[in-house]
Design a protein around this ligand. Structure first.
Ligand code: GLN
Length: 538
């Protein structure tokens, strides 16, 4: 018998209310009470995955161990729960349709007309229950992307309606996240948009069980009673979600509001175990009481949009707390720096991070930033493209190979120090074809990386097509840029370090995807520590 319970999180009134954070916070509380929980995101767009989307469209593309390119909310799920997600945790309309159409071509519908209801909705229901059927989870939380009333959300809402009915009371519930706007002129919080949004949900046959209300001001008792009465929910099921100074406060805020208790009650599960948030709260305490502040420059070309580098920013929060240091991330647009202004733009930084990225725009600025960090002995962390830029910089300015480049930027370069892997050369499709997901890496024990990771073999997540070109390795190593991490299966270089520099590390992989509150990433922790030492010494 399948005893997994299902929670659906829908959104109303406005987008960007933070369904992902609410889902992750509730999951955290349930996990802290001893339940095994996972979170899934259903995205109503037609792309197969966000891998081909520009960061300006969709923010960061988050990558799982099994190589799924996913929505950035999965990053929040992992950072809160410290449990890896997988392909099954992010499903898009594109994927649903692709799978139904493939079945149709194989003749699996036996001559029937293939329709949104039941075929698309059945596929959605399958995908939701897939995680439950693994037997690994007591509770699956499914976040429905978009806002109720959107045309593209309709099949998802219908699938939720059917599942709720099929699974029965106590086995499934719907949490609706809405906004209670404050009208300054009237000096009042307004419930009407929420009433309408709950009504829209009811038109699709779904009664919300719990309302989570985003608000800038506390909800009075009267207002909660009014919301309960007009939206058909218990008063205890009206949960206030007040603006917080950090997303990491939200689990405690939800605890205070009793979101976990009302959820467990409605699912017929025990709330006897009190939530153990000791580790979480000790992180929060460190995060909120830093002993010093370091400034780290984040050099990238999507810096205008905070979400583009979400996991990097969160990794700095985890690593900062671990070091009891506030990390002030200074975003610097790589297209705005060059030889003439670099010293002025990067002055006063205690660490420099060159971000991942694609294409040639802004790379000369990134190379200048690497040079500045190398020559001025400022702690440097290069991630993916940031590692490749470090190799190019070293080749150009130390080895004297002036035209060294990546073949991504210059296919004719005489010194292709970064080049396409052989198996990538015949690939023409863009979607899902990079080197993705977790790969092993063996560390040189006498290196920075070897010292900070606790084991000799590590596994880190990748998302790139181009690689360090081994043909230049001897030359680069003799000149002082050492390969300190190697993929044991392919021999590919995954980490480079400069021997004669206090802290200079470039990694071909993305450490930021694996940093969590419970396990701050060792590389970020060490980088922030090095930045803090740089601060003290200067
Ligand atoms: N554009 C580079 C590559 O494909 C780096 C990718 C990245 O930074 N994620 O290899």
């Amino acid at each position: 018998m399948n005893t997994t319970k299902y929670i659906f999180v829908t959104g109303g009134v406005s987008s960007s209310l933070g369904k992902g954070i609410i889902a992750a916070s509730l999951a955290k509380l349930l996990q802290a009470r001893g339940y095994k929980v996972t979170i899934q995101k259903l995205d109503p767009y037609i792309n197969i995955d966000p891998g081909t989307l520009n960061p300006y469209e969709h923010g960061e593309c988050y990558v799982t161990d099994d190589g799924a390119e996913t929505d950035l909310d999965l990053g929040h799920y992992e950072r809160f729960l410290n449990v890896p997600t997988s392909q099954a945790n992010n499903v898009t309309t594109g994927r649903i349709y692709q799978s139904v159409i493939d079945k149709e071509r194989r003749g699996e519908f036996l001559g029937k007309t293939v329709q949104v209801v039941p075929h698309i909705t059945n596929e959605i229901k399958e995908r939701v229950q897939l995680l439950g059927r693994t037997g690994k989870f007591d509770i699956v939380i499914t976040e429905i992307g978009g806002t109720v009333g959107d045309i593209e959300s309709l099949p998802y809402i219908e699938a939720v309606r059917q599942l709720k009915w099929e699974l029965g009371d106590n086995n499934a519930l719907v949490i609706h996240l809405t906004l209670i706007p404050y009208l300054k002129a009237a000096g009042e919080l307004k419930t009407k948009p929420t009433q309408h949004s709950v009504k829209t949900l009811m038109e699709s046959g779904i009664q919300a069980d719990i309302l989570v209300c985003r608000t800038e001001y506390h909800l009075s008792d009267d207002l909660r009673r009014k919301l309960a009465l007009f939206c058909n929910v218990q008063k205890e099921a009206v949960i206030e979600s007040i603006d917080a100074s950090t997303i990491y406060d939200v689990p405690n805020l939800m605890l205070k509001e009793g979101l976990d208790v009302i959820t467990l009650e409605k699912l017929g599960l025990s709330d006897d175990n009190q939530p153990n948030l000791d580790r979480w709260n000790s992180f929060l305490k460190r995060h909120k009481n830093p002993k010093s502040e370091v400034k780290i420059g984040l050099i990238g070309k999507y810096v205008e949009l905070q979400d583009s580098y979400k996991s990097i920013l969160e990794s700095f929060i985890h690593a900062g707390a671990e070091n009891e240091v506030k990390v002030k991330v200074v975003s610097i647009h790589s297209e705005h720096i060059d030889q003439t202004n670099i010293a002025k733009e990067l002055e006063g930084l205690h660490g420099i991070l060159v971000a991942p990225g694609f294409g040639g725009r802004g790379i000369e600025g990134k190379i200048e930033a690497v040079r500045y960090a190398r020559e001025n002995k400022i702690p440097y962390l290069g991630i993916c493209l940031g590692m490749q830029m470090a190799v190019i910089e070293y080749s150009r300015n130390v080895l004297g190979l002036k035209e060294a480049n990546s073949t991504e930027m210059d296919s004719e370069t005489p010194y292709p120090v970064i080049d396409l892997m052989d198996e990538q050369k015949s690939i023409t499709d863009k979607g899902g074809t990079m080197r993705l997901g977790a790969w092993k890496c063996e560390l040189d024990e006498n290196s920075i990386a070897g010292n900070i990771y606790k084991s000799k073999t590590i596994e880190e997540r990748h998302r790139h097509r181009y690689e360090y070109n081994d043909k230049f390795r001897t030359q680069l190593e003799e000149a002082g840029l050492i390969a300190t991490g190697i993929n044991p299966e392919t021999g590919l270089v995954e980490i480079v370090e400069i021997k004669d520099h206090p802290w200079f590390v470039g990694v071909q992989y993305h450490p930021e995807y694996k940093s969590t509150v419970a396990n701050p990433h060792p590389l970020f922790v060490a980088f922030v520590k090095a930045a803090n030492e740089h601060l003290k010494n200067n």
